[in-house]
Write a protein that binds this ligand. Structure first.
Ligand SMILES: Nc1ncnc2c1ncn2[C@@H]1O[C@H](COP(=O)(O)OP(=O)(O)OP(=O)(O)O)[C@@H](O)[C@H]1O
Length: 256
């Protein structure tokens, strides 16, 4: 995917908000890219535009030769809230994208994915009967069931407890290694970004711009306890220093 000069102004009753300023970035096929930055720096605006859910004021986003101006079958999105419909059981929730596209349900692929994320046997359960981590795993199955090439994840594990978050990070690392999907993942956590990414893009706020890009060459699979190793902590501090250098004192960014 190519992002070329992406610029976005929101028009509000109190004036216009400059959310993205001339953001250009090539997302390489098959890479795991994490976007990090303080609240309000335009991460979601950028990701939603990549998903065809928001229009840009200027610039463009392309997938191959196609300009992204509306949702695209090759692009799936996962949000912090699993967004399962409460009145549908797991099977019916996962079948939804097929219904919307009026396509036959690929049960074989869904079963394979359910087994992969340890939800096999839970198909008749309703969202309220599942933990937050299970709901998020179901939303991952729902997104992957239609076999997109690009997965856009907007702070998908931000609402989960630390243990579940570690489990989900391991799971998404494994899925990425097995499937070769391109993943763009937004997070507030520097450690989560370094743990997952091939490249970490740091954005700065007001207006949202790319401040720096860091290559993360740590071999995979990366175990969770890698985050306590001195060289990992050094990377965290290095990225944190670059953020502190370029931000105003009111911006917040978790260091976890
Ligand atoms: N629909 C909207 N209408 C008006 N302004 C908006 C809208 N959505 C976002 N903004 C503004 O655009 C800027 C960027 O917001 P965005 O949600 O993209 O940032 P973010 O980095 O994802 O923040 P967070 O980390 O808090 O989710 C902010 O100043 C925000 O208030």
């Amino acid at each position: 995917m190519v992002i070329a000069g992406a610029t976005k102004y929101y028009q509000t009753r109190t004036g216009s908000v400059h959310a993205l300023d001339n953001v250009s970035l090539d997302v390489r096929d098959g890479e795991f890219l994490c976007i990090l930055g303080p609240s309000g720096c335009g991460k979601s605006t950028l990701l939603w535009s990549m998903g065809g859910l928001h229009g840009l004021t200027d610039g463009e986003i392309r997938l191959g030769a196609e300009k992204i101006i509306k949702p695209h079958p090759e692009i799936a999105m996962i949000f912090q809230d699993a967004n399962l419909l409460p009145w549908r059981n797991l099977a019916a929730n996962i079948a939804l994208p097929f219904e919307l596209k009026r396509k036959p349900v690929d049960q074989q692929r869904i079963d394979m994915l359910l087994k992969r994320v340890n939800l096999w046997g839970f198909e008749s359960k309703f969202p309220r009967e599942l933990s937050g981590g299970m709901q998020q795993r179901a939303s991952i199955v729902r997104s992957l069931s239609v076999n997109p090439s690009l997965l856009l994840m907007d702070e998908p594990f931000g609402a989960l407890d630390a243990f579940t978050r570690d489990e989900m990070n391991l799971l998404i690392q494994e899925i990425w290694m097995e499937t070769g999907k391109t993943i763009v993942f937004i997070t507030h956590s520097i450690s989560e970004a370094i743990f997952l990414a091939d490249r970490v893009v740091v954005m700065s706020a007001r207006p949202g711009r790319i401040a720096s890009v860091f290559d993360i060459d740590i071999p995979r699979p990366r175990p969770v306890d890698i985050q306590t190793r001195p060289d990992f902590i050094e990377r965290v501090l290095h990225i944190k220093a670059s953020i502190d250098h370029g931000r105003s004192p009111s911006d917040g960014l978790a260091i976890t």
